[in-house]
Design a protein around this ligand. Structure first.
Ligand SMILES: [Mg+2]
Length: 215
């Protein structure tokens, strides 16, 4: 873990990084996106699903596609799609303790909203661990992996990338952090032998990995 000994700023994605994708929280959000697209556009579930997935692929978030191609206003959409059951997010005190013990600042960088992040963090038991939450509104609704939200984030929080580490479940979202000089950690089950060059570490056990950083 010697490559992490100089880190003083710890940046974490939220969804599927601080909790596992197996709890399928995003499936609940996707279902509500489908509902809203069906209701507003008068399309079938199949068409709403096609639009949602297509915009996600093309623009990085479904919302961005709806804003760019249909002029949707983001706030009502974001409020509606995050009215979900947070029960599946399990209390994880070991994760909170591992993050709290890291030397320096701990920040969240999410393509979700601040209220959504707070709901997830409250369920995990990590609500007091993070200094700041940087959300999709702060990004002006331009999601990762576009370089622009990272620039806004670095400036706003006076982060020096050369002493920062970025934790993410989506490999492409680590391209810009690595190019800026951050240490990159992919959270997931990917095969270490098949990782792209911009990923420094991979772990399926974030709390265990962070405990190892301090040893
Ligand atoms: Mg994520």
């Amino acid at each position: 873990m010697s490559r992490l000994s100089h880190i003083d700023t710890w940046i974490f994605d939220l969804d599927n990084t601080l909790y596992p994708p197996s709890i399928k929280l995003f499936d609940q959000i996707a279902a509500r996106m489908n509902d809203m697209i069906m209701a507003r556009m008068g399309v079938s579930l199949a068409e709403a699903t096609r639009l949602r997935q297509g915009y996600f692929r093309k623009y990085g978030t479904t919302l961005r596609g709806l804003m760019m191609e249909h002029g949707w206003e983001p706030t009502a959409f974001l409020d509606y799609v995050h009215e979900i059951d947070y029960g599946p997010v399990e209390h994880h005190p070991a994760l909170g303790e591992a993050i709290a013990a890291l030397p320096g600042r701990k920040l969240i960088f999410t393509a979700g909203t601040r209220p959504h992040a707070r709901n997830v963090l409250a369920r995990l038991g990590c609500e007091s661990v993070f200094e700041e939450i940087f959300d999709i509104t702060d990004c002006h609704f331009i999601p990762k992996p576009d370089a622009r939200p990272y620039e806004i984030f670095l400036k706003r929080h006076a982060v020096k990338p050369e002493t920062a580490a970025f934790f993410e479940d989506i490999p492409d979202n680590l391209i810009v952090p690595r190019a800026l000089g951050m240490v990159t950690v992919l959270v997931g089950n990917e095969d270490a032998a098949l990782l792209p060059a911009h990923v420094d570490y991979v772990t399926a056990d974030l709390a265990g990995f962070l405990d190892g950083v301090l040893k």
